[in-house]
Ligand binder design. Structure first.
Ligand code: GAF
Length: 384
């Protein structure tokens, strides 16, 4: 049985009737451009084949009943047109409630429904299971209530839910790629204008995601602190965001910054440039360049933004020894745990996996999980 069928079957067992439709919302892997999104900068993610599946049927009243299959079958219910409080014990509920709260704030006419949520995006792995859930819920209500909200707006609603209701000040990248992903392509995103550029991925290369299994949610990490440090850096330059600070401005004025803030700003201004260069390198299949850019990005996250962990650094070392300059590897996502992404020639995939399997657990005491994915499409509807 595939994940969609599991969602439908669980829906039927729990609610005693068939689901009307299923929404599939993908997770994502970011190839380069880390923590640049909330600085109005550039990112280069692709949606992945791992996704959250949300089975839905309308109700004739205002009640929303939710079943979360992967959270020990916990349930939640609330009224769709009444002000919502956050759930005190079930974190997952707040991603659902948060989206409904944002739809309410925008005066959308909502109606009740029964919902069953499941999926195969690894949780706490930095592959955006939360954004997939938020985007999936927004898309489900969009369809159910015929709201005609366009995809970028879905992403903004989903991000607002996470910022305002869940309390993580994430940027727009994860929600935008889950909403707008394109089959077979990565998307270069200008997070200031939200312009999207499709970037082809060479079919002779594989995207590997290796989970360190160091688990840390964004909320309990230093994510919000990094964001504050970036804002104070922009303020020190009298700019609205670090996107507006050039490398020359940074280099000539860095002495005026507090030591930690200077490191954060340096990461962002150079990471933006690396991301633009990587878009070109992917387009021209310049693997040597990509190798350098991804290595620099990782080093910058480790030494300047200080968001990697020893286990993640070990994974990157193991993999870079195998691929050398025939591919690239770096941590992906918010950091403090989660996955590394490796861009590997198909012929080296076996060697990379063998090296990780034989060394990572011995060196760190943790067992990795390995995934691959083709770039996939954004949120979609699956009817019976
Ligand atoms: C997390 C956030 F949700 C994104 O907005 C982004 O900042 C990312 O970390 C780091 O690039 O996934």
């Amino acid at each position: 049985m595939n994940v969609e069928q599991s969602a439908r079957l669980a829906f039927l067992n729990h609610f005693g009737r068939d689901a009307d439709f299923v929404v599939k919302a993908p997770g994502r892997v970011n190839l380069i451009g880390e923590h640049t999104d909330y600085n109005d900068g550039f990112v280069l993610p692709c949606a992945i084949e791992y996704a959250t599946y949300i089975a839905v049927s309308p109700r004739t009243d205002d009640v929303v009943n939710v079943l979360a299959l992967d959270c020990d079958n916990q349930t939640d219910n609330f009224l769709v047109n009444k002000p919502l409080n956050s759930h005190s014990t079930q974190t997952w509920s707040n991603y659902v409630r948060g989206v409904v709260d944002e739809l309410q704030k925008r005066n959308h006419q909502l109606s009740g429904c029964d919902i069953c949520i499941t999926g195969n995006v690894p949780q706490g792995a930095g592959l955006s299971s939360s954004a997939a859930l938020e985007v999936g819920i927004a898309y489900a209500f969009n369809h159910l209530c015929e709201l005609f909200i366009e995809r970028k707006e879905i992403a903004k609603i989903a991000q607002a839910a996470e910022n305002n209701f869940v309390g993580c000040n994430c940027g727009i990248m994860d929600q935008l790629i889950s909403a707008c992903g394109t089959q077979g392509k990565a998307l270069g995103i200008d997070c200031r204008s939200l312009d999207l550029v499709e970037v082809s991925i060479d079919p002779a290369m594989t995207i590997l995601m290796i989970n360190s299994n160091v688990k840390r949610g964004l909320l309990d990490s230093e994510y919000n602190l990094r964001r504050e440090q970036c804002y104070s850096g922009a303020k020190a330059f009298s700019k609205s965001s670090l996107r507006e600070v050039s490398i020359e401005e940074y280099e000539s004025q860095k002495h005026m910054l507090n030591k930690d803030v200077a490191k954060r700003v340096e990461h962002i201004v150079y990471e933006n440039l690396r991301t633009l260069e990587a878009m070109q390198a992917f387009t021209h299949n310049d693997i040597t360049k990509l190798s350098t850019l991804m290595a620099q990005s990782h080093g910058s996250m480790r030494d300047l933004f200080e968001i990697t962990t020893p286990q993640i650094d070990t994974l990157v070392d193991i993999i870079s020894q195998v691929i050398q300059n025939n591919g690239g590897v770096r941590m992906t996502g918010g950091g403090f745990g989660g996955c590394v992404v490796a861009f590997v020639p198909n012929i080296l995939v076996k060697d990379v996996i063998a090296a990780v399997e034989s060394q990572y657990e011995r060196l760190t005491g943790l067992k990795e999980s390995i995934y691959t994915s083709l770039p996939s499409a954004g949120v979609s509807l699956i009817r019976t």
